[in-house]
Design a protein around this ligand. Sequence first.
Ligand code: ANZ
Ligand code: ZN
Length: 823
Amino acid sequence: MEYPFNEIEKKWQNIWSKKELFIVRERDDKEKYYVLSMFPYPSGVLHMGHVSCYSIGDAIARYKLMQGYNVFQPMGYDSFGLPAENFAIQHNTHPRLSTESNIKVMREQFDRLGFGFDWDREISTCRPDYYKWNQWLFKRLYEKNLVYRKTAFLNWCENCQTVLANEQVESNTCWRCSSQVIQKEMEQWFIRITDYAEELADLTKFVDWPERVLTMQANWIGKSHGTIIHFKLKDEEETVSVFTTRPDTIFGCTYLALPPEHPLIVKWLKEDAVKPEFKEFCNKIVNQDKIERSAAETTKEGMFSGHYCVNPVNNEIVPIWVTNYVLMDYGTGAVMAVPAHDQRDFEFSKKYELPMRIVISNPNEELTLETMQEAYIEPGILVNSQQFDGMDSEESKPKISQWMEENKFGELTINYRLRDWGISRQRYWGTPIPIINCDKCGSVLVPDEDLPVELPADVEVGRTTHNPLLSATDWLNVTCPNCGGPAQRETDTMDTFFDSSWYYARFADPFNDKEPFSIQSSKYWLPVDQYIGGIEHACMHLLYARFFHKFMRDIGLVKGDEPFARLLTQGMVLKDGAKMSKSKGNIVDPIYIIDRYGADTARVFMLFASPPDKDIEWSDEGVMGSFRFLNRVWRLFMGNIELIRSYKEKQSDEVTPLTKKLRFSTHSAIKKATEDVENRMQFNTAIAAVMEHLNNLTGIKDLTKLSEGEKVAFVEACLVIPRLIYFYAPHISEELWQQSGYEELIHSYGIVEYDPEFLVKDSVTYVIQVQGKIRGKLEVSPDTPGEALKEEALAQENVIKFIGDNAIKKIVIIKNKLINIVI
Ligand code: ANZ
Ligand code: ZN
């Protein structure tokens, strides 16, 4: 018979909700603990990835609850953005309607899983009471000169009809729809996140973030120390500045490499004299995938621009080439090419027969241009470098840079790979940027009292070739707040990553209509103590949120420098080795599992299958295993419920072999099942410890034969189980606890603690093997000497039988575990 999970789960969900167990307020008598799992897109269904993420969050939340913290675990919906808009288009409805109805459905699914969320603080980013504060924050950014508008080549998805951030382009395809991304030149709004690059690059303030995420962020921010060197054009006014990390190679520069997007090239392309093949070549490169362009193995391509410049250090005339391997958005967007010492330049020069010059000699082997098969990129001794000849190349770097600074040839600099954040999207379903464009006054901010600028409701959403907001003429045409003349609203909407950059702080004070949240609330709740989400957010979301936190700190909204003290990136849910996804058709619906086995089983499976940061391979067998486990716990209690009730408060000093065994099992289970959570969040091994303990209990066949003291120990052993699985299977735990005769909710009894006294073994069991096969067991005191062990083992009947007439070669003893007899 299966245990009545359905009834039990509903019952306890109602009780928790009636008792407002997870509804929190700021209080002085308890320390707060803020657990946050990344909020979902309201796509309409919860998938197993959600169940996995939220099961982890809830396990941590309930553990902290049991520890006595004021636990805060809010939830909401990241409801703006393309997925919601595309969903609406597909289902021929308006995104507001489909989003709200999706939220309703998801909320029901959330409820069935029994997660301890503070639903009184639900937020949904597409609601005006939330996005009003997006607009308010945008204005504050603008006032701090952290917002600007510029024309730029941008990643454009023709299918989604929108601009994509670099992070949203995956090998030249759109991260959402996988269609080809092209480069389009457009006016865009940018956030000057690079102003915070230096602080963002400082990753030392984290209490506990996975190394992998820190590395990804460090690479994304890409801090590098280098030198900018200025090359004057020959017979022309302008200067080209290059960024290099190898000033020691300046005397080996034989050409300059520029991308077709470089302002100089763009200017030359507009001149009448420009050659058609040059124009064509530049066009071709502009539309090549940027990531591919910069990959080491990509074939280098280029064309001479017809222009020359002058190397400031030796007045040499060097040609300027347009190439595919230099990118506009790194450094200064121009490279001094040193073919003898840079592999890309080397390959390029070989291909186009450009001159090379060795300026770093290899101390171990003579380099010659004729015999070089690749660039020499190691340090060495400077040659052909005038007054620096003979110097060690590493030592020469600061000296050459300093000399260049003194002579105004260039200057030291720190460069970041991080780009400013383009937030403009040409779509309907996002926060309107609170700007009014006036012919006379330019871009004018919408006054605070006119916020929010609400999205007009009656807009035809579909696969239009333009921004749908352009057709909302009533909404579009306004008077300029500055001069009162006719003006138009900005129709770009914000990237949804803007919405999710500060939602964790809004949860602290979600109904505030005077400010995004009060400083008092953020001081109490922030930072998030434990954040949980997918590794795919390592760069975008987590970086933007860190930026916002620092900005909000600088305008006095929050204290502290970082938003998330501890981060856990959960693994993916796989089926048949592949990520569970609609497109692969390998989805298992969480609701089906809950209907059939209950939420507790689904949650236990998720957490038992693997450590939380590792991928979970879906297995029906595994789900069944978790279900059987909970059923066995249920039967253990129901089969002995009278005994449990009447013995639960009894104590006994009686010591028998069985009380010793029981208490050893109980206290080892407590130790493992709490320490693995506390120290490492290894829920899988914690659950395994309880399973092992359960096996020890169900091994006792006839309870009527137990002495009084043994019954007491047995009941103790039973009662720790619900207290140890509460974090994963809260419904059944509460029920068993109540059935056992306790009146309060289980968490209020606190985390059960082990007593080390019971973990001291006064006997150990040796397994005896003959030729590697188990032939017997031996129970002895832990310090029995080897000779005595051998004697006792060899005296056993079964052992004698299997040794037979054979001679004993040797006896291997592994202390407190094994005696192996080799014959
Ligand atoms: C001359 C040179 C000589 C370089 C040499 C390397 C070796 P990191 O360390 O990643 O910052 N570079 C600069 N701007 C670039 C751009 N926009 N696109 C492609 N490459 C660019 O890399 C700095 C080096 O990358 C710079 O140092 C520059 O090449 C190249 F023997 O300058 B180097
Ligand atoms: Zn105006």
